[in-house]
Design a protein around this ligand. Structure first.
Ligand code: NAI
Ligand code: 15L
Length: 263
């Protein structure tokens, strides 16, 4: 399957760089956007810089695209006044632009931090109550609710990816459970773009790790089948000292985010 034009927000970021490359086979054109500078466009690419807080600028980047992969915004815990424009006003601006310009599908980079105050070891699914672990997680829960509303009212489909920890390698014990490899991330985004009739879906983004806190049975229609595992990294990670058992970072699914700030 292949689309005409995909908008990729947050294209200068860690995952944006990965998807800039890996989504190339799936669209004629990829429109790359970020607030930060981007590398020179290849022939199949367009670059449009934009602050997500600027509704007019967001309308311009959304006009004329067939689907949106929305990664842009603040990606860690920060004071509320930084989260608000980028993640809350920003996601509203994006969906309003999608409505006005007739975009039918969005893949939204949500986060495990919408459920970060659930205990490690507890197994959650897409219907588990949200328990955000900070303003960042709250902003992602807002994006999930906003996209639910835009589906119910306007029929704009969204797949919310509750991404675990997507980095080249897992970095600590928690990430042995939450790690999402770049290959599995790419597969998850591609399924989210092309699976039929996704409606409003929530899916956890983790690789096929030995241990899991997340059950994706409510997202089977996406056809997401992870292939990688954190297991090859276990021995090295477990040779490092563990956090004290009473450290909240070792008790809750959100890890250190549950105690981030105030800044
Ligand atoms: P990142 O921080 O590397 O990339 C985010 C990008 O958004 C940056 O390039 C930044 O310049 C841009 N941005 C920030 N504020 C903006 C604004 N006001 N207007 C326009 N662009 C703005 O984050 P990363 O790791 O690439 O994550 C991508 C997305 O996935 C983010 O939405 C993040 O919250 C989400 N996510 C990532 C996870 C991971 O493990 N990497 C885990 C869970 C969620
Ligand atoms: C996130 O939401 C962050 O964007 C990322 O930087 C990681 O911290 C990740 O969650 C995680 O929970 O490991």
């Amino acid at each position: 399957s292949r689309l005409g034009k995909i908008l990729l927000t947050g294209a200068a970021g860690g995952l944006g760089k990965v998807l800039r490359k890996n989504l190339q086979p799936f669209a004629d054109t990829i429109r790359l956007s970020d607030i930060s500078a981007l590398d020179e466009p290849a022939p199949h690419e367009e670059i449009m810089l934009c602050d997500l807080a600027d509704a007019d600028a967001v309308s311009r980047i959304v006009a004329g695209v067939d689907a949106i992969v929305h990664l842009g915004g603040v990606s860690v815990e920060r004071p509320f006044d930084e989260i608000l424009p980028a993640n809350i006003q920003g996601v509203y601006n994006l969906y309003e632009a999608a409505r006005i310009h007739g975009v039918r599908r969005v893949v939204f980079a949500s986060s495990n931090h919408v459920i970060g105050f659930h205990r490690q070891g507890e197994v959650l699914d897409a219907e588990s109550p949200v328990r955000p672990d900070g303003y960042y997680g709250i902003s992602k829960a807002f994006g999930e609710n906003l996209s639910r509303f835009y589906f119910d009212r306007y029929g704009i489909e969204t797949v919310c990816l509750r991404i675990g920890s997507s980095f080249p390698e897992p970095k600590d014990r928690r990430m042995l459970v939450t790690w999402l490899s770049y290959e599995d991330l790419t597969h998850l985004v591609v399924r989210s773009l092309f699976a039929p009739d996704v409606g409003h879906s929530i899916v956890y983004g983790a690789s096929a790790n030995r241990d899991s806190w997340w059950d994706n049975h409510l997202a089977e229609h996406l056809g997401y089948a992870p292939k990688d595992s954190s297991e090859p990294f276990r021995a090295q990670i477990e040779s490092q000292p563990a956090l004290p058992a009473d450290d909240p970072a070792a008790q809750f699914q959100g890890g250190a985010f549950v105690k981030a700030g105030p800044f």
